[in-house]
Each structure stands twice: as structure tokens, then as C-alpha cells.
Design a protein around this ligand. Structure first.
Ligand SMILES: [Zn+2]
Ligand SMILES: [Zn+2]
Length: 353
């Protein structure tokens, strides 16, 4: 099988040829038909997260090199380990990639995605920039049904991340406003889910005009350029103080600063994006404005189950997908790094890879 891998962090991905792996025990082998390319792939490839002020979380040494990225995987089960569920062979699934150790208190609580000893596919173990991948158990698979694989794969990361965040602010925004900061792939998924699930006005902020226009087409009630001071001032005035909740899908000092500024008293901001940075915090503003700052990382298997039910019920608008052959994995990482991707790029290993 062909796998697009990096041999050193930050260096060009190269195509390697391997034997097709053989599943053991509960494991299943997936023939990959689609794998989305996500900003987290860029971080793992670069080997660090930026904490701001020159500090970084070093991811180097966490991977066996060469490494295969790709955690948004959909495909067909074509082989099983001895103890795997026989009924799933030949069917098409989306793979839940945020797999934990299965033994710690977080995993036992159903929060494998927060496990401190993760086995996350494409993040800590080899992933989907490849023709085949091994999944530890059939219980991490979610049926495709009538969904195209190129769309369905994106639910494993951008979809479940967006759903988990939207679900967390659900009770806070009823009849009020939600601010989405950042209209990239995850932000647009969240917009679609917010329109489907929440009874509130949705405002989308992005510095890029093309992305703001796309957000309007996808149903945003209001769009705003956070750098346009006059417009921001007018919007805050019209909101009589600010929004009830904000979700920051960028995760930079500027985006969080903007989101916090837009919160009304008693508001909550949830940080999801991992762009990087740090900002000084006026500590008395927390009690004086009674605001809550929290974080949300991908989503649980329960989130994945609930979200896929909504998707199958036709309640979530499909996001814009661009398909590319597997051989364009490296170019796609570079395009994402430079902010050139609108919607989601999905690699299709089955076709001209
Ligand atoms: Zn991702
Ligand atoms: Zn665990």
C-alpha cells in the first residue's frame, strides 16, 4: 500500500510503499476511500503548538518516523482480526480517531478523546494519508449510510469538534446570540449545526472577506470583520452589551481577545482552535463581567453518535469539500499552513493516488 509520510518534522511528505497490514484480535482493516486534511495535521507535521511569547509545546519525539498523518477517515472494512465483529465486513464507515488507552478514569468515563495515553489515529499512531489503516476495534466505526465518503470523513474531526462545542453552549444561547470566531472548516460546520440545533441568532467573525461571504451563504445572520473597528462598535451597540456566548475556532491571542470583548456580562467563551498565542488577562474582569473562559477538544464517542444521527436525519448542511488525490497531501498541508483553504480538502486514496 502507498502511504504519504513525513520522515522529519516539517519536511516534504513522501510516498512510501508497504505491505497491507494484517488485523489482529479485535482490530479491523479499512480500505480508505477518503481522508480529510485538518489544521491539526499541520501542527503534528510541524512538530509543535505555539503557546505564544516564543514558548512551544514540542510534539517531536511523540511519533515513530516516518509518520502517516490523517485522522478524518472513511472507507470499507475489508479484513478482521480473529475476535472482531464479523457483521461489519464489506460495509463503509467513518472512523472515530480519538482513541484512548481504554483503562484510565477518563476513558472509563467515555472521554477517550481526553486520555493522557492516547492512541489517536493520524495524531499519535499512523493515520489515513494512506490506502489502508488499522482501527483497534469495530466499536470506533460509524455507518456511512447514504453519505458520500468524502463528506462523511470530515465528521470525525471538524464535525465532532463543531458538534461538541455547539452542544456545550446550547443552554446558554437560547433566544439570544452565538458568536462564531473563524469561518474555516470547523467554524462553518459549527455554523450549520448551530442553525440546525440552536434557537439563536448566529454571528460569524472572520478577517477574510471570502470566508465571511461563504458564512452568509451558509446561513449566518450577521457577519463581521473583527478588524473593522466601526462595524464592531456598531454591532456591540446593537447587541446591548454583547453576545451570550462565543466559540473561538481560531484560538489565537487576537481571536480570543476579540471574542472576550464581544461577550456580554455573564457570557461564556469556549476556545476550540489551536492557532497559538497568549494574552494578558485583566483578572478583575472575570468577576466584574462574570465571564467564563473554557476549552473544548474534539469530541467524545457519545458526541460522535449524536452528531451522526443528526447528519443521517438530514439536519446538517454539508460543508464545501474539495477532493484531491493522495499524492497532493503535502501541497494541501502547505495550502492550509498559508490559510489558502476554503472549506475542507479531502484526499481520495482510491482514485489516481
Ligand atoms: Zn482535525
Ligand atoms: Zn485513557
Amino acid at each position: 500500500m502507498k502511504s504519504q509520510q513525513f520522515e522529519q518534522y516539517g519536511e516534504a511528505l513522501v510516498s512510501h510503499q508497504y505491505e497491507i497490514p494484517v488485523p489482529k484480535g479485535e482490530e479491523v482493516l479499512i480500505k480508505i476511500s477518503a481522508c480529510g486534511v485538518c489544521h491539526s495535521d499541520v501542527h503534528v507535521w510541524e512538530g509543535h503548538f505555539d503557546l505564544g511569547e516564543g514558548k512551544k509545546v514540542d510534539l517531536k519525539g511523540n511519533h515513530q518516523l516516518p509518520f502517516t498523518l490523517g485522522h478524518e477517515i472513511a472507507g470499507e472494512v475489508i479484513a478482521l482480526g480473529e475476535t472482531a465483529n464479523k457483521a461489519i465486513v464489506g460495509n463503509n464507515y467513518v472512523v472515530y480517531p480519538w482513541i484512548g488507552c481504554g483503562q484510565c478514569p477518563l476513558c472509563e468515563k467515555g472521554e477517550e478523546h481526553l486520555c493522557n495515553r492516547p492512541r489517536a489515529i493520524g495524531v499519535t499512531v499512523d493515520g489515513g494519508f494512506s490506502e489502508y489503516v488499522i482501527v483497534p476495534s469495530g466499536r470506533y466505526l460509524y455507518e456511512l449510510g447514504k453519505l458520500p465518503a468524502s463528506l462523511a470523513c470530515t465528521y470525525a474531526c471538524s464535525g465532532v469538534t463543531a458538534y461538541s462545542a455547539v452542544n456545550k453552549v446550547k443552554s446558554l444561547v437560547r433566544g439570544r446570540e452565538l458568536l462564531i470566531v473563524g469561518a474555516g472548516g470547523v467554524g462553518l460546520s459549527a455554523l450549520s449545526m448551530a442553525k440546525a440545533l440552536l434557537n439563536c441568532k448566529v454571528i460569524v467573525a472572520d478577517i477574510d472577506q471570502t470566508k465571511r461571504e461563504l458564512a452568509l451563504q451558509e446561513g449566518a445572520d450577521i457577519v463581521i470583520d473583527p478588524n473593522d473597528r466601526d462595524e464592531v462598535y456598531k454591532l456591540r451597540k446593537s447587541l446591548k452589551g454583547g453576545v451570550a456566548a462565543a466559540v473561538d475556532f481560531v484560538g489565537s491571542d487576537r481571536s480570543l481577545g476579540f471574542g472576550m470583548k464581544m461577550l456580554n456580562k455573564g457570557g461564556t467563551i469556549l476556545v476550540v482552535g489551536l492557532f497559538g498565542g497568549s494574552l494578558p488577562l485583566s483578572v478583575p474582569m472575570l468577576p466584574l463581567k462574570a465571564i467564563t473562559i473554557s476549552g473544548s477538544f474534539v469530541g467524545s464517542t457519545q458526541d460522535m453518535k449524536e452528531m451522526m444521527e443528526l447528519v443521517h436525519a438530514g439536519k446538517i448542511n454539508p460543508i464545501k469539500i474539495t477532493q484531491r488525490p493522495l499524492s497532493q497531501a503535502h501541497q494541501t498541508l502547505k495550502d492550509l499552513q498559508q490559510g489558502k483553504v476554503v472549506g475542507r480538502v479531502v484526499l481520495t486514496p482510491g482514485e489516481n493516488s
